[in-house]
Structures are given as structure tokens and as C-alpha cells.
Design a protein. Structure first.
Length: 138
């Protein structure tokens, strides 16, 4: 495996965690939105990742990257709340709130942030090791 593959692998991990952080931010910012119909309510979004293994047996191109397969919307039902005086209430007096669990989203945010930081540390360590290797020839 080429030493430069480390940068590709860590970079793909950083890109994936950046997407995850953006989705968490979107979920949290829409957690308290209200809709008058079940179909128009915001749905929690989560990324789907996969490891992309490339030519494991080929020593020169071995390595894996994080591949973003897509973003899934939750199929959990929205929260119905009886609020007949709310301006967005339907004819039965209900409003609909997103199915976002803010505690779970905060845990996702902390996990994504730590994963991003770990990938940055991998990049910094690889850079330092390469610099030290270059200095050996002096």
C-alpha cells in the first residue's frame, strides 16, 4: 500500500463525517418545527456508509475508503400533538412534529465529531512520519 493512500482513506472518512455532522445539524434545527399535515412534516435524515475495499490482494492498491451510499429519511411516524388553538392545527386540532430525538442526535454529533478528529490525527501523524523519513536522508 502506498503511503499516499493514507491521505485518501482519512480524507474519505473526514468527508463522510462532515456529511454526518451536517445531517445532525439539520435534524436538530428542524426538531421543533410544526406542520399541519402528516405528509409535510420534517423527517429525520441519516447517512448510509459502506467501506469500499479496493483490490485487497493487490499490495500496491490495497486500502479501503468510506463510501457514502446515500441519505435515508426515517419512516417513523411523526409526533401528533393536540393543540386546537395553534394556527397550524388541522381540522381535528392536531399539529405534527418531526420524529427527531434530540438526545440521540447529540450523541451522533459527538460521535461524528470524534471520528472527524481521529481522521485529522491520522493525517497529521502520516505527515509527520513522512517528514521524519525525508529527514533521515540528510
Amino acid at each position: 500500500m502506498s503511503s499516499l493512500n493514507i491521505f485518501d482513506i482519512a480524507g474519505s472518512g473526514m468527508k463522510a463525517q462532515s456529511l454526518r455532522l451536517n445531517l445532525v445539524a439539520s435534524n436538530i434545527s428542524n426538531a421543533n418545527t410544526v406542520s399541519s399535515s402528516e405528509g409535510d412534516v420534517y423527517k429525520s435524515r441519516q447517512p448510509v456508509f459502506a467501506a469500499e475495499l479496493k483490490n485487497i490482494l493487490d499490495k500496491q492498491h490495497a486500502g479501503s475508503k468510506v463510501n457514502v451510499l446515500g441519505v435515508l429519511e426515517s419512516d417513523a411516524p411523526p409526533v401528533m400533538e393536540y393543540a386546537p388553538n395553534h394556527p397550524m392545527a388541522d381540522k381535528d386540532g392536531y399539529i405534527f412534529k418531526p420524529n427527531v430525538n434530540t438526545v440521540e442526535e447529540m450523541a451522533n454529533m459527538m460521535s461524528a465529531s470524534r471520528s472527524y478528529q481521529n481522521n485529522v490525527e491520522v493525517l497529521n501523524t502520516a505527515k509527520q512520519l513522512m517528514l521524519q523519513t525525508l529527514k533521515m536522508g540528510q
